[in-house]
Every structure is written in C-alpha cells, then in structure tokens.
Design a protein around this ligand. Structure first.
Ligand SMILES: Nc1ncnc2c1ncn2[C@@H]1O[C@H](COP(=O)(O)OP(=O)(O)OP(=O)(O)O)[C@@H](O)[C@H]1O
Length: 244
C-alpha cells in the first residue's frame, strides 16, 4: 500500500510537485497522467526514495505505513523490490550492460527462479545467457519487468514503461503488465502521458499539471465528463473520444 499526502518537492526554488496526495491500495490500479514536466516522475520516484540529488521533499510518503521520506538508504533498499518495485521508461538504465540478463535476475532471486521469471514474461530459456545489448527494446523491458516482479512486490510502479517501444511491442508489454499484476493481485501506479493506455489499464486516474493534481476520480467518470479544461484538452489530443 502506497500513501502520499501533500507531497511537495522543490530544488531550492518554486515547488515542482505541490500538494500531491494519492493512495494505491493492494490490487488497485491508479493512473497518473499529465504533460511533460508536470511532476509525474518525481512523484513516483519519491515513493522509492530515488529523487535526484538536490531535490527536497516534504509531506508524507508511506509504504505499508512506513514513512519513507528521510528513511536511511539501508531500510529503503529493503522496501524496494520487496514491497514496491519500479519499471522505468528506458530499460537500459535499469540493466547492467556487461552482465548476462539471467544473472541479473538471479541476483534478485535465485538461478531457478530466474528461469521461471523468464518464462513468466514470455522469453525463451536461452535469453538467460544474453547480454542486454543482444536483446530488442521489448525484450529488455520484459527483463526489467521480470526483475521488478522477482520478489513479488505489493505495488508495481511503471513510469512510461512502453514509450520507447514501437506500437505493436508496446501493446504486448502492456498486456503482460496487465496480466501479471492481475495474477498477483499487485497494485499498480502507472505514470503516462497517454490517456488511452491509462483508461485501458487503470480504474482511477489523477491528472497533474504544473506540479498539482487538477482532477482525479474513476477513469470512466473523468473521461466521460472531464471537469477541468486541461483534462478535456488532454482527451481531445488523445485517440480517445469523450465517452458520453
Ligand atoms: N534533477 C532535476 N533538477 C532540477 N529540476 C528538476 C529535476 N528533475 C525534474 N525537475 C523539474 O521538475 C519538473 C517535473 O519533472 P518530472 O520529471 O516529474 O515531470 P514528468 O511529468 O514526469 O515529465 P515527463 O513526462 O517528461 O517525464 C520538471 O519540469 C523540472 O522542471
């Protein structure tokens, strides 16, 4: 369970995340949308204690009731992976380029589990011995997903996990995230600028603009009758028709 209350992040100047509150209960799927620079990624990173240097965070961020803001790295590291795991936009940043991917999986689980995880994300067994550069973007993102799921986190955070992939591969990776999260009853915090993706995957959505949440609610309601003109503009710019 993730709880964020009145989160405020700045880099010494004006806040770039301002008064954001949201919660992800076990099995719940929450989408966080908004244009580039609206504060989505920083909000997600704050949950894992992975804010960039110079960032100052205030408010409350809790994982299963444990406050993570200001928690020592040693304790944060334990929560990461076990309770909450993250899949980033660019898989190469999450993988070690000079280590075979099977070994990277085994490091967070075991050799036998690594082989199971490969199968779980739909990769052939011989992928175990591949280096990241020998895989396609979609395959690399499957590995990152396998690493994220290795310790059965209660909540999976995905930050634009398919933006770098072509459309067909994108759909398959999203299906995989959808299926695996459902199978495990994992909660999902899904960061995206893509309203269509969020409406397929999530039951609730929060819309961010310039660091603030400007609208939130059940996806169907927000899309059927956006109350904020910014949400209406996002909707108009997406492939979705207003669902009236
Ligand atoms: N390392 C940093 N140093 C200074 N300012 C930063 C830093 N990282 C982010 N910011 C500021 O915080 C704002 C929010 O960034 P964030 O990455 O959360 O946006 P986002 O909504 O995830 O955008 P995108 O969709 O492009 O990833 C940015 O507009 C930027 O001004």
């Amino acid at each position: 369970m993730i709880e964020i209350e009145k989160l405020r992040i700045d880099f010494g100047g004006a806040p770039v995340v301002d008064g954001v509150s949201l919660a992800v209960a076990p099995g719940e799927r929450v989408g966080l949308i908004g244009e580039s620079g609206s504060g989505k990624s920083l909000t997600a990173l704050a949950v894992l204690g992975l804010l960039p240097p110079g960032a100052r965070a205030a408010g409350r961020v809790a994982i299963d009731g444990t406050d993570v803001l200001g928690l020592p790295e040693r304790r944060l590291a334990r929560l990461r992976g076990d309770r909450v795991a993250m899949v980033f936009q660019e898989p190469m940043t999450a993988l070690d380029p000079v280590m075979r991917v099977g070994r990277q999986l085994a490091l967070v689980s075991s050799k036998a589990r690594a082989r199971e995880l490969l199968e779980l994300v739909g990769l052939p067994a011989d992928t175990y011995r591949a280096y990241p550069h020998q895989l396609s973007g979609g395959q690399r993102q499957r590995i990152v997903l396998a690493i994220a799921l290795a310790r059965d986190p209660a909540v999976l955070i995905c930050d634009e996990p398919t933006t770098a992939l072509d459309v067909r591969v994108q759909a398959r990776v999203l299906d995989l995230i959808d299926g695996l999260a459902a199978e495990r009853g994992a909660g999902l915090l899904f960061v995206s600028h893509d309203l269509a993706v969020v409406s397929n995957l999530c039951s609730r959505v929060l819309v961010m603009r310039a660091g603030r949440v400007v609208e939130s609610g059940p996806v169907a309601e927000v899309l059927a009758a956006p109350r904020h003109e910014y949400t209406a503009a996002l909707l108009a710019a997406s492939d979705l028709e207003a669902r009236t």
